[in-house]
Design a binder for this molecule. Sequence first.
Ligand SMILES: Cc1ncc(COP(=O)(O)O)c(C=O)c1O
Length: 423
Amino acid sequence: MPQPKSVPVPNDDCCEWEPPRTTHDSRILHPVASTPVILRAGTHAPRPLLKPRTILAQAMGAGDPTTRALVPPVHMTATYIRDADNGYESGYVYGRTDNATVKQVEVMLAALEGATDAMLFSSGMAAATAVFLAMTEPTHIIASRVMYWDFRKWLANVGRYGGHTVSFVDTSDLEAVRRAVVPGQTGIFWIETPSNPLWEITDIAAIAEIAHSVGALLCVDSTVSTPIVTRPIEHGADIVVHSATKYLNGHSDVIAGAIAVAADSVLWQDIQKVRGQLGAIVGPFEAWLLMRGMRTLDVRLREQSKSAAILAEMLSGHEAVAAVLYPGLKTHADHAIASRQMEGVFGGMLSLRMKGGEAAAVRAASRVEVWRRATSFGGVESLIEHRASIEGEGTPCPPDLVRLSTGLEDPDDLFTDLVQAFA
Ligand SMILES: Cc1ncc(COP(=O)(O)O)c(C=O)c1O
């Protein structure tokens, strides 16, 4: 069974603060003290003392203390020099487990999520699956009925990896969640909020309470919210997972994933081993690109959310549209929870259900000229997708749905393009 939630450890003194000693060490500037510190591989993140936008814009002060370059280098290395006494004083041993560029992004993400630690992975799928591959005993999992389709398919067959069992439940229905608990066996709750592609909202605090009351952990896939909109740990979650491919990077040019945790645990130690053993670490260049992308996360997401809200309102009245699914709309079934949990910023994702059914949805996607027809989301360019046809058999996604990822274009252009595509 996974470790029960332990009280988060205050991490004021979790870093090893030392003056710089050699030019080979990875130094990370503490956001408040502005003092170069050596953050050894495996140590925890400093407590976030600055606002997310500041942490992001300056990448927590990362730079190169040797040349005084404002922007940090990419640490492209597969291995590290061993000390004469046979040790590894720097804490960095081998590239499959340790990399200073990767570490810098992990420290940033942990600070943003209010986590004690974070790790990057080679993809969101690598991060999500690592949680379950690290569990050493057969466990019953309760998971959201609607979630990223490929991960749901993997989870449906999770039994082959250690004999786990899974129940898919409408996690916005708390009674249904309580009924799904298997006493003594339910060890993990997995929710995605907002859920892709219906954008249903799950109340993180309520699920955390249920999970903890039965000694289970709560994992939240927070890809769509990002820490700008929701920090699940503040609502009681134990583990936060991201596809960093999406909003965190934001430029559709990196595949990466991440996990952040509320507290250290045996499970967390095992997840770290799984990443090292499977070689699921992200490459240093991808980590560097991710760091660059994250610098603008706050401004990007707020602008994308603003445009998505404008589009949701304008499209709600359109004659070709049967329903607009967007948690920022007052008519959305979960708007009250979303308002509380998403801090008034409802994200850049919305879906439309077309009055003309599947044919109208496919046709709209085929006729756009400004929106780009592609899977994925969270980038600066707006994407449209007929989701049911990519998910296939058994999907809870209705065939009349088009998914919209709002980018940074002018919302007037985006609206006009959609309207001409509906005609
Ligand atoms: C919500 C969500 N989580 C996880 C993933 C998997 O991420 P990746 O494609 O980086 O493996 C995706 C991918 O679309 C996603 O939408």
